[in-house]
Design a protein around this ligand. Structure first.
Ligand SMILES: [Zn+2]
Ligand SMILES: [Zn+2]
Length: 330
């Protein structure tokens, strides 16, 4: 199969011909149609996340068709369309797994980090962590739902029932969550880099009530915020414009340091928090919700061989919506 391989961090991916993977017990073999490109992939390449399997096939937003199965892997039939998310395996035994918080499993293994992912024509995945993909979504538009969408959805749940919600950064995840939040009757305030008129216009087209720079104060206090951009100072910026009781949640896996701040801006039962990974329940709930809303993902499509360009478009911030590799088409 063709694949894009990360041999070493801080280096471009290498196009390679690899032997087809074999599904082990409990695994399905998937012909990858599309794979979303996530900021986490960039953090892996750039060395912000320090312990990837190497060499590694990145990619944890896989949409494809089941073309084979190992022993005791009868959950899906050949030809079924499935999605493979970031959570690739959990132990099922630790206090997190047994307490309904498998996203925090001490021994969790992640797709495109500990396990080879979807920047390839074929992938294997533990069938228990795959999701059926709702009909009606083309492969490329379904792919970003699997991380940008569903980890963002977990962050939205952690914000609670905030009516006036701030989004700091407006990339793949925020453009999906904006649609969900508006559908839930929330009022969305979007903060971008200063002067990003195009990004702000995009946010308003998806229902944001107000847009501005992250240094600006919104017209009203926020009841909660999700910080999508990996910049610690945005956590305190959000805190400073939030109402009492607001929950400010970081949605990323990596963030620069959060500056120190006076206690008085946290006082009033404000909370700073983070979201980590996903549970299978998050995935099932979110995929159903996404097709009800319905969420429309805006995607910039790259060929498999153009994976580095797709990563660059996230790095530069010039991307509108989500980047996706079209693997079936080239
Ligand atoms: Zn566990
Ligand atoms: Zn991701």
């Amino acid at each position: 199969m063709r694949a894009m391989v990360l041999e070493r961090q801080h280096e471009p991916l290498r196009a390679a011909e690899l032997p087809d993977p074999e599904p082990a017990q409990g695994q399905v073999l998937i012909s990858v149609a599309a794979c979303g490109v996530c900021r986490t992939d960039l953090h892996i390449v750039d060395g912000d996340l320090t312990e990837p399997k190497l060499p590694l096939i990145l990619g944890h937003q896989i949409v494809g068709t089941v073309v084979g199965a190992g022993e005791e892997a009868g959950r899906f039939a050949t030809g079924d369309r499935v999605g493979v998310p970031w959570l690739g395996w959990t132990c099922g035994e630790c206090r997190y797994c047994t307490g309904g918080r498998e996203n925090l499993c001490d021994r969790a293994r992640f797709t495109g980090y500990d396990i080879d992912g979807g920047y390839a024509e074929l992938a294997v995945a533990d069938q228990r962590y795959c999701f059926p993909i709702p009909d009606g979504y083309p492969d490329e538009q379904a792919a970003p739902l699997l991380c940008a969408g569903l980890i963002g959805y977990r962050a939205l749940r952690l914000v609670g029932d905030a009516e006036r919600i701030g989004f700091y950064g407006f990339g793949a995840s925020a453009h999906i969550l904006c649609q969900v939040a508006v559908d839930q009757g929330r009022r969305v305030f979007v903060f971008t880099k200063e002067g990003d008129a195009e990004g702000q216009e995009f946010a308003r087209s998806l229902g944001a009530e107000w847009t501005g720079a992250s240094t600006e104060a919104p017209p009203e206090e926020l009841d909660g915020a999700i910080v999508f951009a990996p910049a610690g100072p945005l956590m305190t910026a959000a805190l400073r414009v939030s109402a009492k009781g607001a929950r400010i949640i970081s949605a990323g896996i990596h963030m620069s340091d959060i500056p120190s701040f006076p206690y008085e801006i946290l006082w009033g039962e404000r909370v700073l928090g983070s979201v980590a990974n996903l549970t299978r329940r998050d995935g099932e709930e979110f995929l159903e919700l996404a097709s009800q809303v319905p969420v429309r993902t805006e995607v910039e499509v790259h060929p498999l061989a153009g994976a580095d360009d797709a990563l660059d478009s996230i790095r530069s911030g010039r991307l509108r919506g989500a980047a996706v590799l079209d693997i079936a088409g080239g």
